[in-house]
Design a binder for this molecule. Structure first.
Ligand SMILES: [Zn+2]
Length: 279
């Protein structure tokens, strides 16, 4: 997809399965299962779609999926299917991991940051993108490296601590520009320092919504994940953001939607929905 001077390419690091109830919080199953059918373990299928941004000063990747380090127990619990993965979809876009110059984290949960590192043959942990600088938000880093009982299962040190040890990590404390045309905005909600990425060029705006709205079903303000640490902050941010996205016709990228990588949020008779953008 072209946006002004920039080229935006949703990639794929396969699929995972998460508990449907946890994905939709207080929404009853008879409502959510129409949108996202559950398997025999009550899990729904979700994609992992990092976004490639080309045409600015540096080739940028936003998030990197779950990566290759998950053990067999994790692969089973989360139903991980990487038959099509990030390296393959990067190759389809004409790039290899070594062409990525910057990697930006929306937050550091394992299904977003797992692909940041690999386990080498000797067991050591190394950056997957060998020539890249990695960027994370300072507050998110502090939370990820000091987990508590509620968020511990989502933060695996092997995904991000090796970046600091390799000297390739830059922490950015606040909102602002990462490369020309690309800036981060803190949403809070999902985690205290979760951030979305706004991409602006040629008078148009695209947004990588990350876990503010993981799927198109989550554009409805009360459809908020049970995983969110601060759901009322998610609600407040999303309510304002969805209004803005409708009024200004933002292109919205949905990182976890199993079918729809991007679309416009529309409103008809008070109901909000997503009009997909065909790839
Ligand atoms: Zn998350």
């Amino acid at each position: 997809m072209t946006l002004g001077d920039l080229e935006l390419t949703p990639l794929l690091d396969g699929f995972l399965r998460l508990d449907g109830g946890a994905m939709f919080g207080v929404v009853p199953k008879p409502l959510w299962e129409k949108r996202a059918p559950a398997d025999e373990r009550n899990r729904i299928r979700l994609a992992m779609r990092p976004l490639l941004v080309r045409g600015s000063t540096r080739t940028l990747l936003i998030d990197a999926g779950i990566g290759s380090k998950m053990d067999p127990k994790g692969i089973d619990i989360y139903g991980i299917d990487r038959a099509r993965n990030l390296d393959q979809t990067l190759a389809d876009a004409g790039l290899s991991a070594d062409d990525v110059e910057l990697v930006l984290a929306s937050h550091l949960h394992f299904d977003h940051a797992g692909g940041f590192t690999d386990r080498a043959a000797d067991g050591s942990l190394v950056p997957h993108f060998r020539r890249a600088q990695y960027i994370a938000r300072t507050g998110e880093w502090d939370d990820a490296t000091h987990p508590h009982e509620r968020n511990r299962a989502s933060y695996f040190a092997e995904n991000f601590v090796p970046l600091r040890e390799a000297g390739v990590l830059t922490l950015v404390p606040g909102d602002g520009e990462i490369v020309p045309g690309v800036r981060v905005v803190r949403t809070g909600g999902h985690t205290m320092h979760h951030q979305i990425v706004l991409i602006e060029s040629g008078g148009r705006t695209a947004v990588f919504a990350a876990d503010l709205m993981p799927t198109t079903a989550h554009v409805d303000p009360p459809w908020i994940m049970g995983y969110d640490l601060y759901p009322m902050d998610t609600l407040a941010f999303k309510r304002a953001f969805v209004r803005e996205a409708i009024d200004r016709a933002y292109v919205v990228f949905f990182e976890h939607d199993p079918e729809i990588a991007a679309g416009y949020i529309r409103e008809r008779d008070g109901r909000k929905y997503v009009e997909p953008i065909q790839p």
